[in-house]
Design a protein around this ligand. Structure first.
Ligand SMILES: CC(C)(COP(=O)(O)OP(=O)(O)OC[C@H]1O[C@@H](n2cnc3c(N)ncnc32)[C@H](O)[C@@H]1OP(=O)(O)O)[C@@H](O)C(=O)NCCC(=O)NCCS
Length: 330
């Protein structure tokens, strides 16, 4: 039997409608974000279960939307929300004339749609003179990451997590004391020194030794931080600092699991690198986190830092979010 022309007609795909994100869209976006997080937790179960609930993601989105100069775009298909992007500038000059899309700032039902959403939102961002763009994307979603790469973004940073379980350590590592302040202050300068060089070229200010000594003198007894030093032949060769993840300003909302410790800092003097001090220090922080009752330990690194980007995955940290970056009109 020959089908009638009407029966042969393929139903038209509903058009995607893109518009600026408003407060009225937040509840729908919160549901998309909770769905995204549920998929993310299948790959990365150490992330917080709390954000599988749209009430929790709505609170995050409401806070993000309330950030000064926040703006974004939302997509609907046949009246159903299918994606959004929401960004806001950070005040620090470190990031340039910037817009940041944080961990709670995006969700899509189809990764390709992310490119339309970015196009819709970025027009305003660039009109406002905000030409340095940063986005924190779930690391497990290769298609979504690829969509951002095809928007001209490159990978700058990685957030990662591992369970807080003990590991054997080879080198001598102990808690730092006030007598270690001169070495701790020198080690503080090693991170910006290393990251200022090729291929990271970080814009982070190096600070001075005097400032570092003053900070350690004020803070060495602060019980919120667990500071360790590694020793070889009686000399301090490296340091690492652990604390609760809440102390970090870099892991926010959906990227902040409950009861997570944080490997916040580590450095080994250049002459002592590559022989296991970093591993021993990282292990000391992980052991401390386990004994302090944390379920996981979070850290992050510049992916262009050839040392930390190899050392932390070797310690069992797996990526949770990737920070991507694009610079427009240089
Ligand atoms: C990152 C840092 C603390 C690591 O300390 P380290 O003493 O050099 O590291 P280790 O010798 O313990 O090596 C750690 C792991 O990295 C791995 N690694 C080191 N170099 C590597 C290389 N070229 N390729 C692959 N893996 C490498 C090692 O295999 C080791 O894992 P393993 O014990 O399973 O073999 C140190 O290099 C440093 O001070 N860097 C500058 C400051 C900095 O980047 N701090 C971290 C900020 S996020």
């Amino acid at each position: 039997m020959t089908p009638t022309p009407a029966a042969r007609r393929v139903p038209a795909m509903p058009r995607t409608e893109l518009r600026p994100l408003t407060a009225a869209d937040l509840a729908a976006c919160a549901m998309l974000l909770a769905d995204r997080h549920r998929r993310h937790r299948v790959a990365q179960p150490l992330l917080s279960a709390r954000f599988e609930d749209a009430a929790a993601t709505l609170a995050e989105l409401t806070a993000a939307y309330g950030t000064p100069h926040a703006s974004g775009a939302v997509a609907y298909r046949a009246g159903v929300p299918v994606g959004f992007v929401l960004g806001a500038p950070k005040p620090s000059p470190l990031w340039g004339p910037n817009i940041w899309v944080e961990a709670a700032g995006l969700a899509v039902t189809n990764p390709e749609l992310m490119r339309d959403l970015y196009a819709a939102a970025a027009a305003r961002w660039v009109d406002e003179g905000r030409t340095a763009h940063y986005v924190v994307v779930p690391a497990h979603d290769a298609e979504l990451v690829r969509a951002w790469f095809r928007l001209g973004f490159g990978q700058q940073h990685a957030h990662a997590i591992r369970p807080a379980t003990a590991m054997p350590a080879g080198l001598s590592v102990r808690r730092a004391t006030r007598a270690d302040i001169p070495a701790l202050a020198q080690l503080d300068l090693e991170l910006p020194r290393h990251q200022g060089q090729s291929p990271t070229f970080s814009a982070g200010p190096p600070g001075t030794l005097e400032e570092a000594v003053a900070e350690w003198t004020a803070d060495i007894d602060n019980p919120a931080y667990a500071t360790f030093v590694a020793e070889a032949d009686g000399q301090v060769i490296g340091s690492a600092v652990g604390c609760a993840l809440e102390k970090s300003s870099a892991h926010l909302s959906l990227a902040r699991p409950e009861r997570a410790g944080f490997l916040g800092f580590a450095a080994v003097f250049p002459h002592a690198r590559g022989v296991g001090a970093g591993r021993a220090l990282g292990t000391a922080v992980i052991d401390w986190a386990a004994s302090a009752g944390f379920d996981s330990v979070v850290t992050d690194w510049r992916v262009t830092n050839l040392l930390s980007s190899r050392a932390w995955p070797a310690l069992g940290f797996t990526e949770t979010f990737l920070r991507l970056h694009r610079l427009i009109r240089y």
